[in-house]
Ligand binder design. Sequence first.
Ligand code: 13P
Length: 252
Amino acid sequence: MPALVVAGNWKMNTTVPEATALAFGVKNGAAAVTGVELVLCPPFVSLSAVKDAVAGSAVKVGAQNMHFQESGAYTGEVSPGMLRGLCDYVILGHSERRQMFGETDESVNSKIKAGQAVGLKPILCVGETLEQREQGKAADVISGQVRAGLDGVTDTSGLIIAYEPIWAIGTGQAATPETAAEIMGGPIFETLRSLFSAAADSISLLYGGSMNASNAGEYAAQDCIHGGLVGGAALQADQFLQVAAAVASAKG
Ligand code: 13P
């Protein structure tokens, strides 16, 4: 089975002091959750503080985005080399970045390669809109995003795919575990298999979209779901830890 991972995407929330406190809260309860990799993804400005806060624990840190160039005249951007040493993971292709900040499959692909080149583990996000789902296009959209995002990628170690249906993000309207599994065990896994053969079997697949302590276990009960990418419920340490505990117990 692939590694179990529960990652918290804090999005544009938490000041540096708030992020530090949240990270300490997670660290303090982390030892009680075994068998699940916990990843905290704060805003860029808090990466260093969160890294320091979780030092000495198994809790890992991730960024929420990154540019693919190493340096240059890209005002406001952060490069792979700048993240190296500050974090282990980087979320790439989140639907909020695709919808609001012009992220494309091509730029996501460049970022995945650039991240891997400096040893960062990419969490590639894919997801369909409600309109695409209603038109029966979800499977095609998702397999297209996976294929394009991973074009030319050969290294699957540390690669994670997060399925986040856009209509389920921040809405309280989570996809049912069966709907999530249909996509994750279907087009996502099949596309990974066609790209990477048996190595696909070791890639962790996370569900994201209104995941919380109450429903996390139901997702993890699905064979093809290996954890979650959690937004709102990751902003409180106890809730985030409960999500991870639910995943651990469903898989245990
Ligand atoms: P919510 O858990 O708030 O729905 O957000 C999910 C998400 O977008 C994580 O990346």
